[in-house]
Design a protein around this ligand. Structure first.
Ligand SMILES: Cc1ncc(COP(=O)(O)O)c(C=O)c1O
Length: 418
């Protein structure tokens, strides 16, 4: 592993893709051929258990919105998103409003679509400027919001941002992201020192994902909500990773019962089509001027009908009562099965929520070695954290007890180097 066909594809790719994009070596990557449920098959016919949900996209599993895509693609693949839109865009806006601000506060949410997750973040940052007239951003160390230029303004993992700093406006203040209750003191002191008068947006992940799976202590989101109310900034929750049950609640902000002004969603929204959205309180979104025929923020594929149809099917599934139990039960089983790894010595902490768990190891080298060994054993996992020293496990919600046990055995064997 990788087999001959994957190795051959790697050689071909090396000649034709930007060399910074896909990591290629003698033992990486496998090239995917098909996927279903929690399984992926590669070009050589090997089957894998995907404990990443393909970056958190395959919420309930691969293919759960496939029928909706087939149906939609048979009739309408593309519409004119901000000119003559598809009917299904309206339906998805209504469903998103119902599941967010209507549920939380009994008032409408309004949507601004994008393709990739980072575009939803950029839509939120623009909305904050429009709504407040201020360009300042408050974000957090370790934060990840995608890699477009707008989203990079909020980036808290320096090496993603630094090569491009010269083209980025100096508008961001970055605070420490509290990881436990003792950290709250540091965070509160830092927040008290921020001059809020220039800050338009507070951009935060309710649980940091790419930054190493950090669940902030109770009180953190409430403190941000109170601060935004005080200074008149817009509170943006980036739930592109955590949204749609990943953390064991439909949205991670529901753990603390804090309602943002804007919420960014992507990844599991469609189960596999590039579509994202910034949903905002109507009163904030209505600060945008009414379109007079030229939208200030749009794109060719905005509200693409295939993405919207898949989104509608995904939301239908996410609203089924059994999903919460699936995630809670699988998350508990995974957490319990992982616990004994703490005794091995190389693992210092296991943390996270729902089906978003991180195993903190003693080094990034160890995690890379583990990830490669797991791949050879048929399990896909990824490193997380600014220095890659966290092994992240974020399987599809349909993962079974046997599959959880199999994956944990493979983590253990990999840690022990066997
Ligand atoms: C919290 C968060 N925000 C934004 C993004 C960017 O999404 P995309 O890669 O689809 O642009 C990610 C991607 O991992 C993410 O985890």
């Amino acid at each position: 592993m990788p087999g001959e066909k994957s190795l051959e594809l790697g050689k071909r790719l090396a000649g034709v893709e930007c060399r910074n994009t896909t990591f290629l070596s003698g033992d990486w990557p496998i090239f995917w051929e098909r996927a279903e449920g929690v399984n992926v098959w590669d070009a050589d016919g090997n089957r894998f258990l995907d404990m990443t949900s393909g970056f958190g996209v395959a919420g309930e599993g691969y293919g759960f919105t496939g029928e909706a895509l087939r149906r939609q693609s048979a009739t309408l693949m593309h519409a004119m998103g901000d000119v003559h839109p598809a009917r299904v865009k309206v339906e998805l806006c209504e469903a998103l409003s119902e599941m967010t601000f209507e549920k939380w506060e009994g008032r409408k949410g309004k949507c601004l679509f994008g393709n990739s997750g980072f575009e939803a973040v950029e839509a939120a940052l623009k909305t904050a400027v429009v709504a407040t007239g201020r360009s300042g951003i408050l974000s957090f160390e370790g934060g990840y919001h995608g890699l477009g230029y707008g989203a990079l303004l909020g980036a808290g993992i320096g090496w993603f941002r630094e090569p491009f700093d010269g083209q980025l406006a100096r508008v961001t203040e970055r605070l420490y992201f509290p990881k436990n209750s003792e950290d709250m003191e540091v965070f509160r002191k830092q927040l008290a020192q921020v001059d809020g008068s220039g800050i338009g947006a507070v951009l935060v992940e309710p649980i940091q994902g790419r930054g190493g799976i950090h669940v902030p202590p109770e009180g953190f989101l409430k403190a941000l909500r109170a601060w935004c109310n005080e200074v008149g900034a817009v509170l943006v929750f980036d739930e592109i990773y955590t949204g749609f049950w990943r953390s064991g609640k439909m949205f991670a902000c529901e753990w603390e019962g804090v309602v943002p002004d804007l919420i960014c969603l992507g990844k599991a929204l469609s189960g596999g089509f590039p579509i994202s959205v910034c949903v905002g309180k109507a009163e904030v979104m209505d600060r945008w001027p009414v379109s007079g025929g030229e939208a200030l923020h749009t794109s060719t594929f905005l509200g693409n009908p295939m993405g919207c149809a898949m989104g509608m099917e995904a939301l239908r599934r996410y609203r089924q009562a059994e999903i919460e139990n699936m995630v809670t039960e699988a998350g508990e089983r995974l957490g319990q099965a992982l616990d004994p790894l703490l005794e091995l010595g190389f693992v210092t902490e296991i943390r996270g929520r729902g089906l978003m768990l991180g195993i903190q190891a003693d080094s990034g080298e160890r995690v890379i070695d583990v990830v490669k060994r797991m791949l050879r054993a048929g399990v896909i996992a990824l490193p997380d954290g600014p220095s890659g020293d966290v092994l992240a496990l974020t399987p599809p919600f349909s993962v079974t007890a046997d599959e959880i046990d199999f994956s944990v055995e493979s983590v253990k064997a990999a840690l022990l180097g066997v």
